[in-house]
Write a protein that binds this ligand. Sequence first.
Ligand code: CA
Ligand code: CA
Ligand code: CA
Length: 324
Amino acid sequence: MRRNQKSLASNRSLWCGSAIALVAAAAQAQPPNPRYQLSFDDCVTSDNRFVGQDGQFQWDVDAGCDIYQVDLYERPTTQTFKLANGRFGAFECFEYLDIVQAKVGMDSRFLYVSIDLFGRDHLTSDGSRIEKGLIERYGFRMSTDPDGRYGLLVVADQPEVKNEPNTVFGPLGTFAHIDTNGDVGGADREGPTGLSVTKSDNPDEADGLNGYDTVLISDGRIGGDGPRVLWVRLNPRDNTVVEIALDYRTLGISQQQLRRMRYLEFEAIKGGPKDPQNYLWNDKYTKREAGSPNRGRNGLSEFGTQGCENIYEVDTARGVTDPN
Ligand SMILES: [Ca+2]
Ligand SMILES: [Ca+2]
Ligand SMILES: [Ca+2]
């Protein structure tokens, strides 16, 4: 599915100033059961299995689901894609990287994010499926700015195994990083810049890029040893869903400030450019450096590569919340 993109002037986030001047509130309440107010659907790749080269199974990506130009990716597969039987597909698929739907909600204290994956299995070309669970990295980004500038990156690493039991909210493996100098979306200060201006369009977008440059929360605690504000669990009723809760109130963010962070990205990532300083990926990598799962000419991708290059084993979804 295609999504409309707007290119608006950047709008300095309040996260930067207020999140660093932290309020060291004493309370460290466990999150209650999350409540969600909005949901965003994503393309599904795991059900795109076809019989390809030499009778092996392959998976292709639906048209319009992976758009490098606007940093939107649908690549829950291994890197190499081959043309077979008229379809351009990879030879392995990761159900636990394939985002199906994301949800967000908030109450007077917590922000909740839910990421629903297609399944828990690793699917291979010989038709076998191996259950792995949610063993990769899942997270979200949010900003007041459509380009993502001055925003926040929140991740939960290996929610399947970090906390026990994994269906109860725990802090281990959760991190948050912020973009203090506003170069997420592009580092060029004078030329063309923004979400839809890539390194291929303007090489200066990558100059000195440091993405989400500063660690805010480690293993759930502000600064690593402060109050506990970030939690993760698998949904107790559905073990293909990861839920993240952020105690924004203890972090010193007002509900009004949180509501202004309307531009959301959700991600599941195994390979690819995981480092927080690599965002946005279409500024970090040119088209050819990024590769693509979309079919082009001569049995290659739209960018002349054999499928994905540096941006691989990753799925993202995008959502914009209503103003107010
Ligand atoms: Ca997906
Ligand atoms: Ca850019
Ligand atoms: Ca930065």
